[in-house]
Design a protein around this ligand. Structure first.
Ligand SMILES: Cc1cc2nc3c(=O)[nH]c(=O)nc-3n(C[C@H](O)[C@H](O)[C@H](O)COP(=O)(O)OP(=O)(O)OC[C@H]3O[C@@H](n4cnc5c(N)ncnc54)[C@H](O)[C@@H]3O)c2cc1C
Length: 487
């Protein structure tokens, strides 16, 4: 797999990235607005160059017939394999407080879903082979793939005809690939990625199938229109998270972009696109990963709340302890759902690959959406006003202010610098533009609470059985399940 410096080298050159409010960024590896996030991604690769210990959870276990490899890029074959991936996701995401939600491990899950969809659709051996080869490339090289459902930006919905409302159009089909033009609505992390997997939402039909595409970000004709940078102070002491983990979200504009045929994935049937849609199949995989992002943010909040209870001298305060216990209970409920989704997986795929069980994921995702605001509020309650007024390292080094600030913020085993550093970390975690973006991500990126409720209802397996069991308690004859009419 490539090293961090090889990854960064690959970001230089042909890609066209425009950041709202900043203009065209010539080199995202050196531009002050994006360089630190690029380094965070490069560290992702370097961390996976070799295990740090015999029990390093980011690597497959030692075995006689295979070398240890980054576990997040493998295909799980058993429930325990799924669990091992989950443990690795948790370890990875905690490092960015759940802010780097897209990474090559996420791409592996997209590609497994794509392979699953091709297999379910009974496509030709050649198509299934292309999907498998694309997945293997991610494991071999660490190719960084993100996902866009493929819908068009808001302006397209006002166009007169259905065809004009479609995000992408085929300009021509050539021997080397299909030529596409159009615009794809917002998706995450593409400025830092190698490819964007565009799902069937783009509306393109090739032959009998709706098609998905893996478009290289540095293809001629691709332009990324990224959102504005998460506003932050330029001093990293005041913005320890947002200075390093702003993964950006962008629209992709395509003008006569050639997508090679081995990156074109016919998936849903054009006649009935709802059947075996790849976004449905990848749904469990990608949302499993996303729930780990949100859980990691919550876990980081709990760790921070525990640290804050120390630095505020409130460890023994009954109210603080109650808050901390509430956080633990909320997070444990989500963690239980994640573990259940792995150890009680869905075995329905013809590939034989177990996927995380949506029934458990749905419950965990809804619970996380409901409790994230509460976790954030507790994190604002525990540090009180000190979080708002903490000084910077520059003021703490200023001879005129240093002694006064030490009196104001030092004590209890912590220097003013140490206490202020933790307070700024808390502010950046729950009161910054980065936090607001993360909140929008949770609300929208995979459909929000409304969609999860609908999904939960649709996949809940026990409805009729429970109704029948409850009615059977009565000594009155009741209609059978098939006779109970819904209006
Ligand atoms: C931070 C962030 C990161 C994201 N990352 C990705 C990504 O990586 N990949 C990706 O594919 N997408 C991503 N998305 C996009 C996300 O999938 C979309 O936001 C989502 O599909 C909703 O589409 P929209 O934003 O265009 O909302 P709109 O369709 O414009 O809807 C706006 C609001 O109206 C509501 N609404 C719309 N139609 C109806 C209706 N008929 N009935 C009731 N309510 C309705 C919606 O629920 C929403 O609240 C991301 C979004 C955010 C905010």
């Amino acid at each position: 797999m490539k090293s961090g410096s090889e990854y960064a080298e690959g970001l230089r050159g042909a890609r066209v990235v425009h950041i709202v409010g900043e203009g065209r960024v010539d080199d995202i590896t050196t531009d002050p607005k994006t360089a630190a996030t690029t380094r965070s991604y490069a560290e992702w690769y370097d961390r996976r160059s070799a295990p740090e210990s015999p029990t390093d959870v980011l690597f497959t276990p030692a075995s006689v017939d295979s070398a240890r490899t980054p576990v997040e890029l493998t295909i799980p074959r058993t429930a325990n394999d799924l669990r091992a991936l989950g443990v690795a996701f948790e370890e990875t995401m905690l490092a960015s407080a759940g802010n780097l939600t897209h990474d090559p491990a996420y791409g592996n899950l997209i590609a497994i879903g794509n392979l699953d969809a091709a297999t379910r659709m009974n496509l030709s051996a050649e198509h299934v082979q292309a999907a498998a080869a694309y997945r293997d490339l991610i494991e071999k090289e660490g190719r960084f793939v993100t996902l866009a459902f493929g819908g068009a930006p808001v302006g397209y919905r006002f166009n007169a005809t259905a065809e004009e409302r479609q995000a992408l159009h085929v300009v021509e089909e050539r021997a080397e690939g299909v030529v596409l033009t159009g615009r794809i609505a917002m998706h995450s992390a593409s400025p830092f990625a190698d490819d964007v997997y565009i799902g069937i939402g783009s509306g393109v039909t090739l032959g009998d199938h709706r098609a998905a595409f893996a478009v290289a970000v540095d293809s001629p004709g691709v332009r990324l229109m990224a959102r504005k940078i998460s506003a932050r102070h330029e001093n990293p002491f005041l913005a320890p998270l947002s200075s390093r983990f702003d993964e950006l979200d962008a629209q992709m504009w395509l003008e006569n972009v050639v997508v090679p045929w081995d990156r074109v994935f016919p998936t849903a049937s054009a006649a009935s696109p709802a059947a075996a849609r790849p976004d449905q199949v990848t749904w469990a995989w990608t949302n499993w990963h996303q729930l780990y992002c949100w859980y990691a943010k919550g876990e980081f909040s709990l760790g921070l709340a525990l640290a804050l209870s120390d630095i505020m001298g409130q460890k023994g305060n009954p109210k603080t302890r109650e808050h901390l216990t509430d956080m633990m209970v909320e997070l444990e409920a989500v963690r239980s759902a994640l573990v259940a989704s792995e150890l009680d997986p869905d075995w329905s795929s013809p590939t034989g690959i177990p996927s995380p069980n949506l029934r458990h994921l749905a419950a965990g995702s809804l619970r996380m959406m409901q409790n994230q605001r509460k976790l954030n509020e507790i994190l604002r309650i525990i540090p009180g006003s000190s979080m708002v007024t903490a000084p910077s390292d520059a003021e703490l080094a200023d001879p005129v202010l240093a002694a006064g600030l030490e009196q104001s913020f030092g004590g209890g085993g912590y220097t003013a610098l140490q206490r202020s550093a933790v307070l700024h970390l808390a502010w950046d975690h729950v009161s910054s533009a980065l936090d607001a973006r993360e909140s929008a991500f949770e609300l929208h990126a995979n459909g929000g609470a409304g969609l999860w409720r609908t999904k939960t209802e649709a996949i809940f397996p026990d409805r009729d059985r429970l109704v029948s069991r409850v009615l059977s308690v009565l000594d009155v004859e009741m209609p059978a399940a098939a006779e109970r009419v819904t209006v």
